[in-house]
Design a protein around this ligand. Structure first.
Ligand SMILES: Nc1ncnc2c1ncn2[C@@H]1O[C@H](COP(=O)(O)OP(=O)(O)OP(=O)(O)O)[C@@H](O)[C@H]1O
Length: 340
């Protein structure tokens, strides 16, 4: 696995960027010690290209010009032109080197950045679900329901943190309780499959609400995801309340499954835009009960702490850790680093 060799460290200042479907967040890591300098969040739709956004949002606003860049993007990283999911930008590292004065560009997956972030998440930016003490320096998992459902492992080996991105949000999920068997037949499938992302993301929350309404024989209201969670948290709509209960249950089940896959004794972290917004629902007993309900491994799961990440810019925090101390991480860079 290619890592950053000691004779080829990234040159500071390092531009770090978290490029989502809707928003792009940039920050400048000036040296290994100073706090990174944040820039205002920009809407991707306001700029034709990522180069234009970096020029306007960073270069034109700072006398310090970045020499290197590390970008986290939603979408697979293959080849020299990287199209983004849910956004018209195409990231072209060679163009960035030619036009922005950069000498080194690294592009990684957005959930890898979330994984980098949970290697060192201060207590003030993580809210425990349950009361298990965090006492083990061991592998971890991050799951993030947002526009989609991201999943990544963070393996702890050889005194290093190794992010393991994957497509864990697309695994099959199935019914278990009598109520599940009433609701699941109504969940919208993808080519016949109830993948986790059909339920555990913004769009999925509405799918689940609609399925519950169908199981109850009532017409669903035309809710957006935020309406479902608001009525669910306020207790003003019975089906929305159950949607949040089942959302927490299914997220707990998946979190427990991922904890077993990665033997994540170091904890499971819930990131993504939705986890923070439904925190009170995740703090109710169902999430943790479903997480631990893994016979014959209940004892293993009972000992694993679970958290909601409350950091407002978690992916940037992960990129910043990596930029300052790359040798703490085993980040595979094959085909993902471009240099002058
Ligand atoms: N209060 C809420 N309750 C439930 N879902 C919500 C709520 N607010 C927003 N959402 C949904 O969360 C999803 C957006 O998630 P998130 O904020 O993680 O964005 P993202 O995928 O990181 O994209 P970007 O990085 O471009 O902002 C959308 O599907 C939106 O409808």
């Amino acid at each position: 696995m290619a890592r950053i060799p000691l004779d080829q460290p990234l040159a500071f200042p390092i531009l770090i960027g978290d490029i989502g479907g809707t928003n792009a967040r940039f920050s400048l890591v000036v040296d290994p010690y100073a706090e990174p300098r944040d820039f205002p969040i920009v809407h991707t739709a306001d700029f034709a290209t990522i180069g234009d956004a970096i020029q306007a949002a960073v270069m034109d606003k700072s006398s310090l010009q970045p020499r290197s860049a590390i970008l986290a993007v939603a979408g697979p990283i293959r080849g020299d032109e990287i199209p983004l999911t849910n956004c018209d930008w195409v990231v072209k590292p060679r163009d960035m080197i030619a036009h922005l004065g950069l000498v080194d560009v690294i592009v990684i997956n957005d959930f890898e950045a979330q994984a980098l972030a949970i290697a060192n998440m201060p207590d003030e930016f993580r809210e425990p679900i349950g009361d298990r003490p965090d006492k083990m320096l061991a592998s971890r998992v991050v799951l993030g329901p947002g526009t989609g459902l991201g999943v990544a492992g963070l393996v702890h080996a050889e005194e290093r943190w190794i992010p393991v991105p994957g497509e864990g949000g697309h695994i099959d999920v199935g019914p278990r309780t009598a109520r599940d068997y009433e609701v699941f037949p109504h969940i919208k499938t993808i080519e016949g499959r109830v993948a986790a992302e059909q339920i555990l993301c913004g769009r999925g929350m509405v799918n689940l609400y609609n399925a519950i309404c169908a199981a109850d024989g009532i017409a669903p209201k035309p809710y957006e995801p935020k309406d479902v969670s608001q009525h669910g948290l306020d207790g003003t709509d019975r089906q929305a309340v159950e949607t949040l209960t089942l959302f927490a249950t299914y997220l707990g089940r998946l979190a427990g499954d991922m904890a077993m896959v990665f033997m994540a004794r170091g904890g499971v972290y819930l990131a993504g835009g939705i986890s923070q917004k439904i925190l009170p629902a995740l703090k109710k007993p169902e999430f943790r009960a479903a997480f631990e309900d893994k016979a014959p491994h209940t004892k293993l799961l009972e000992a694993i702490p679970t958290y909601v990440v409350t950091h407002p810019l978690a992916a940037l925090a992960g990129l910043s850790s990596f930029a300052r101390t790359p040798t703490r991480f085993g980040l595979a860079l094959d085909g993902r680093r471009w240099r002058v």
